[in-house]
Design a protein. Sequence first.
Length: 320
Amino acid sequence: MISVVIATKNRSEAVSDISLPSLLRQDVANFEILIWDASDDELTKEAVDRRRSLFEEREIALLYRRAPRVGLASQRNDALLEAKGDIVFFIDDDSEVSSDGLRSIDRHFSDFGRLMGLGLPLTSDEPSVAGRYAKRPVVGAARGVIRFFFRGAKCSYRKIRNSTMNIFTSADRPGVAEWLTGASMAFRKSVFEKLRFDERLELFGGYAFGEDYDLSHRVFLHYKEPLLIASSGFVVHHPAKGGRIADNGKKAAAMFYNTAVIRTNFRKYGNYGLLSFIWELRFGLIISMFEQGMAAADICRGYFLYRRALREQRRSIEKP
């Protein structure tokens, strides 16, 4: 069985209009759905309750839980405690799964006994943003600067560079991958006996920037088996408003801090280049923040918030 986990907060319309309807259209019924809700209101619960009978008619379990903790990584970790499936499929509340999506996941894990992680091909109706420089529509000097720092950032598959930066392809193609996106990633339940989402990535906001490529690449490194992008099925990501870090200073702090945490996680499995990290995920990251429209004051404030967080963590470790 497959457990579909949707961690959400204050985006009832996305749950009601995008993710749940697509799951109701699946051409298989051997799955359960866990809505793990950290909303400030009851709108998501009401949306789930209105559709419960439709899933019951197909004998599909639709479970709603109020999240005891707020944060994307925390909510997903907590949901794992109730997931009953052999496979856990994480999607966003604004992910639309094709009608053959869950059947494709089931088939791939059945056909490939050593496969530990799988993603359905992802498309989006919005250009990608931070960390996806190959697709970002920039012009003139900005495009040249991005290429200068990230050497074009192009790859034929989802790759982790020596700096630990994650690279999207221009279009998802079936085949190997080194990381998966949180809008569409499935793992064997046994993975979570050893690995979990890193909750430190929530320090500057519940969005937990980078938690998906951090966990999925650690699965790739730990099991020494390639992840796959499926040859059938797909997910359309319809970016909904809300849920991201609204304060640009904290957003910048999260980008500085989380990339450092992720690099530390990956280095437990092998060497990653310090110079390439500084070049791409420090100098290059700052350039990309400007390209996203952040003000210099926000970037500076974010950097000092990040450095202060590091100092406080060091003090807590040094205390007897």
